[in-house]
Design a protein around this ligand. Structure first.
Ligand SMILES: NC(=O)c1ccc[n+]([C@@H]2O[C@H](COP(=O)([O-])OP(=O)(O)OC[C@H]3O[C@@H](n4cnc5c(N)ncnc54)[C@H](O)[C@@H]3O)[C@@H](O)[C@H]2O)c1
Length: 341
């Protein structure tokens, strides 16, 4: 039996097989010129439904640490990916962050590529040198889906705590769902955010000088800050509010106080990920919540498997899933592979 094994594994000698062409390389500039948050929203909405139906293979993220030396690091490589069953491609993504010595060389501290692979042949089709752009688009698209399904029409004053790259994609995505009045609070970048978003989206934005003022005005609150200190208090919130939190994507981060979490109808993008790196981690750690207190994953709400006639505080915890990377990878390949080389 053992002696037959090499023949079984090898193709018959008489057949000569062609090799795969090399994957196409897409530059950052070309990706930015051709892809937007709006392109991603329908595919991201669909991937959350498929996630809820068990139709996505999405492994836990892998982390590689690069220790600091005189010339390099410290750095983190995050590997995410997935396959939406039935989709024409799957994706593996490398996101490299926190290389804090790069700016001294005139380079950004982060970079990243999406590798999009053919589901039929297993051949890599495209390498997208997206340096975070596609990740930001798929993150914003999830925020748009959360706004559509977890904040009723009429909840139209929308606050942004944090005014950086993720706040902008959240605002762009929310504007694809319906018009709103924006309010923004951030120690850095709030005025620039207001100006850019008003110009781009043709909707009014107001800058306020505290998170408390923002919370007292807002029906929906997007939080996207990078720290581990909470950014709002329960007593500042309206009776009916939807909070869409995306800042916590690592076990060191937290944006929401655990009493807000415990009082909420709490929705995850992916429960087994949120309990490790999302807002749920802190609430479970201090005993305010158990994993069984999760109301639903977002896809269950989107698919109508769980009712969405919400009252009180709703929290949607977006940690960013490989399912989203897979979905936007397919969109990017379908759209950009038709472009001339
Ligand atoms: N969930 C996901 O899928 C996902 C994807 C990408 C990034 N992220 C995370 O989102 C967070 C924000 O990323 P970014 O690229 O927008 O960062 P950024 O540096 O561009 O912007 C951060 C903003 O937060 C503000 N801020 C900081 N502390 C604050 C506080 N206490 N209160 C109010 N505002 C505060 C800053 O002034 C700034 O405007 C990071 O933690 C990042 O890791 C999450």
């Amino acid at each position: 039996m053992l002696s037959r094994l090499p023949r079984l594994l090898r193709p018959p000698l008489s057949r000569s097989l062609a090799s795969f062409p090399p994957p196409r390389l897409f530059s950052y500039d070309k990706i930015v010129a051709n892809m937007s948050v709006a392109d991603a929203i329908p595919a991201i909405e669909d991937c959350f439904i498929k996630l809820a139906q068990g139709q996505v293979d999405v492994p836990m993220p892998m982390h590689i640490g690069i220790p600091e030396s005189g010339a390099a690091g410290p750095g983190d490589c995050h590997v995410k990916g997935g396959h939406v069953i039935g989709a024409s491609t799957w994706t593996v993504k490398l996101a490299n962050v926190s290389f804090y010595k790069n700016p001294d060389r005139g380079l950004p501290p982060g970079s990243g590529v999406f590798i999009v692979v053919c589901s039929e042949t297993g051949a890599p089709l495209g390498i997208f040198s997206e340096n975070r752009y596609l990740t930001d688009c798929r993150t914003g698209a999830a925020g748009g889906v959360a706004f559509k399904h977890c904040a009723a029409p009429g909840m139209d004053t929308v606050g942004f705590i944090g005014a950086g790259a993720i706040a902008k994609v959240m605002a762009r995505a929310a504007s694809c769902i319906r018009p709103f009045r924006g309010v923004v609070y951030a120690p850095d970048g709030a005025e620039a955010f207001k100006k850019e978003m008003e110009n781009e989206l043709s909707m009014p934005f107001e800058v306020v000088d505290s998170a408390e003022k923002l919370c007292r005005k807002s029906d929906v609150i997007y939080t996207q800050t990078p720290g581990s200190k909470t950014v709002l208090e329960k007593k500042w919130l309206k009776d009916r509010v939807t909070i869409i939190a995306s800042g916590s994507d690592q076990p060191t981060k937290q944006e929401l106080p655990t009493d807000v979490m415990a009082a909420s109808t709490y929705i995850t993008d992916l429960t087994n990920q949120c309990v490790r790196v999302g807002e749920l981690r802190s609430a479970v750690k201090d005993g305010s919540m158990k994993e069984s207190d999760v109301y639903a994953e977002l896809g269950e709400v989107v698919a109508g498997m769980k009712p969405s006639d919400f009252s009180g505080i709703v929290v949607v915890d977006l940690t960013g899933t490989g399912a989203q990377d897979a979905a936007i990878g397919t969109v990017a390949w379908d759209k950009m592979s038709k472009l001339p080389e």
